[in-house]
Design a binder for this molecule. Structure first.
Ligand code: 8DG
Ligand code: MN
Ligand code: MN
Length: 363
């Protein structure tokens, strides 16, 4: 049982969807470095290098052995020379000069802070940076910046949202949402997806997918749920995006494009059960409150698209990207969050995620 796994007996698929990735990342010192590089390229909107580093990071995250020598990585897919150089630096020095340079750069640090504000994307971040803002304090104390309602709330609850959501808190949100929804539609299916469905015990939000077996039950469900939450005084912020799904516009061509389901981005007020709710040390104002602000995404899907939606919302990002790439390159099919398509004919409805996997021949 305790035979040490070594690089010589491991074959790593170039597709993340064909790999098993353990929850605990034993090569974190390397993957953290690659994640920082990927993030920095994202901040520069360089998509090619960003995806390359994310892909390489995902390969390392799937390794069942710790990287000790360069021999351990020589046969791995998606590792470019410059990436191997970073690995070499870390093996020798415990850190890479190139990565450290990025990590300590003013631009990276500011972008990291600004993009972590709910409602702030790259465009806003770039604008603020160009205007000379560098820290969160610069932003909150500015008299000339105009904020969207989402950003205002993102700033108001910044500390809570930037701290992690625990599994316990996610379970509490799940119970709350299920109770409300089942009050309206008793056979509705409610599933927590995202990182928590992948078995993680912390996340940045709680992603919940909702569907109703009876057609038309789902039409009002999101609005009704949010109204109930409001009546309970639990909504700190909400934004509803109506469905833009259009049958004539499929199949979607863009590998990274998001979906067209009706959804709501919320900040809910969750009662703290006891101490230990926080992973970080609570600051004064948080410690005084009996509640914590939690980011929740609610998504409503038609029943026949539910399997695809679950598959698409479970992540990880790299798994999703490779699943789509695999479907298209190896199977000549197209997969998105709504359906799986043959080249010409539309393969309808699979109620189980496993059937989707079977179609694709992976498992
Ligand atoms: P985390 O919250 O634990 O940090 O990670 P996560 O749960 O994996 O990430 P997420 O940002 O909450 O997104 C969950 C998955 O849903 C992710 O694989 C991307 C996917 N996804 C879609 N459509 C959409 C969408 O419209 N918005 C967002 N944010 N994610 C989407 O398939
Ligand atoms: Mn999530
Ligand atoms: Mn989310």
């Amino acid at each position: 049982f305790n035979t040490p796994v070594s690089s010589s007996c491991v074959r790593v698929s170039p597709y993340a969807c064909q790999r098993r990735t353990p929850l605990r990342d034993i090569n974190r010192i390397f993957t953290d470095a690659f994640d920082i590089m990927a993030e920095n390229y994202e901040f520069w909107e360089s998509k090619g290098p960003r995806v390359a580093y994310q892909r390489a990071s995902a390969v390392l995250k799937s390794l069942p052995f710790p990287i000790v020598t360069m021999k351990d990585v020589e046969d791995l897919p998606h590792l470019r020379e410059e990436m191997k150089y970073i690995i070499e630096e870390i093996i020798e020095d415990r850190k890479s000069s190139k990565v450290e340079e990025v990590r300590s750069s003013e631009r990276y640090k500011s972008f990291k802070i600004f993009t972590s504000i709910f409602g702030v994307g790259l465009k806003t971040t770039e604008k603020w940076y160009r205007m000379g803002y560098r820290t969160l304090e610069d932003i909150t104390s500015s008299n000339c910046l105009k904020f969207t309602s989402m950003q205002k709330h993102g700033l108001l609850y910044y500390e809570d949202i930037a701290s992690y959501v625990t599994k316990k808190e996610a379970d509490a949100v799940e119970r709350l949402i299920k109770t409300i929804i089942w009050g309206f539609v008793s056979d509705a299916i409610v599933t927590v997806t995202g990182g928590f469905r992948r078995g993680k015990n912390i996340g940045h939000d709680v992603d919940i997918l909702i569907t109703c077996p009876q057609k038309r039950d789902e039409i009002q469900i999101l609005h009704k749920t949010i109204n109930s939450l409001k009546k309970m005084n639990l909504v700190l912020f909400h934004d509803i995006v109506e469905s833009t799904f259009d049958d004539t516009k499929r199949p979607s061509r863009y590998v990274d494009s998001l979906d067209h389901f009706q959804k709501s981005f919320l900040i809910l007020q969750l009662q703290k059960e006891e101490e230990n709710t926080y992973i970080h040390k609570p600051n004064k104002s948080e410690a005084q409150r009996s509640w914590k602000a939690i980011r929740v995404d609610l998504v409503v899907t038609p029943y026949e698209q539910y399997a695809f939606a679950i598959l698409g919302w479970t992540g990880s990002q790299q798994f999703e990207r490779d699943l789509r790439r695999f479907a298209s390159h190896e199977k000549k099919m197209m997969l998105d969050n709504h359906a799986l398509y043959d080249k010409s004919k539309h393969l309808q409805c699979c109620e189980l995620q496993m059937i989707v996997y079977e179609f694709l021949g992976i498992g």
